[in-house]
Write a protein that binds this ligand. Sequence first.
Ligand SMILES: Cc1cc2nc3c(=O)[nH]c(=O)nc-3n(C[C@H](O)[C@H](O)[C@H](O)COP(=O)(O)O)c2cc1C
Length: 196
Amino acid sequence: MASFLVCYGTGEGQTATIATRIADVLGERGHDVTTVDASEVPPTLELDDFDAVLVGASIHVGKHQPSVREFVSSNRETLSAMPSAFFQVSLSSGAEGGEAQAAGYVESFVEDTGWHPDRIGLFGGALRYSEYGFLKRLLMKQLAKRTVPEQPAPDPSGDVEFTEWDEVEAFAADVAAFVEGRLGIAPPADDRDEDG
Ligand SMILES: Cc1cc2nc3c(=O)[nH]c(=O)nc-3n(C[C@H](O)[C@H](O)[C@H](O)COP(=O)(O)O)c2cc1C
């Protein structure tokens, strides 16, 4: 068993939900997982207490949450010395042709923080129109129409989700396998069967 920290930043909750799904996948593989919002990291939290760290952030107006940037910058050396992964949630990753934009956000993040994660996951986010105020709803509808002409069907509240949950689960399994390999931990029986 390995111990994982999943530290995330979120605006309207989609990255928090993705962090929880990642934690569930790691937990199902028998690992011990702590999830924490980057804006509420307890002062007693020590990265050295964990075997591996995943950091997640969403994009708002081209930027990741300042709390996540701060967390990574101030822990860069420790993060660089342990297995680590980064996941990013954005509208660009849910848009056809948005890959370069999404990759550009990661590139800036790596450049600014100096942290080179071992694994990177890029996920489409969600547009929670029902939770936005009037102006934000109007602006986001216009932005979405421009950037994602073919959108998934909205849920009954009018919200639209672009997250591909099987991609999230595959990313979590890949990070787990990588960490298990680094620590010399046997993978779950299911994975061993698949490998033949
Ligand atoms: C005000 C606002 C600005 C946004 N700006 C961008 C952006 O510049 N680029 C992008 O790809 N996605 C953008 N998005 C989409 C968000 O990344 C997406 O809604 C994501 O699911 C937010 O995750 P969160 O709820 O964890 O913050 C924006 C969303 C909002 C509400």
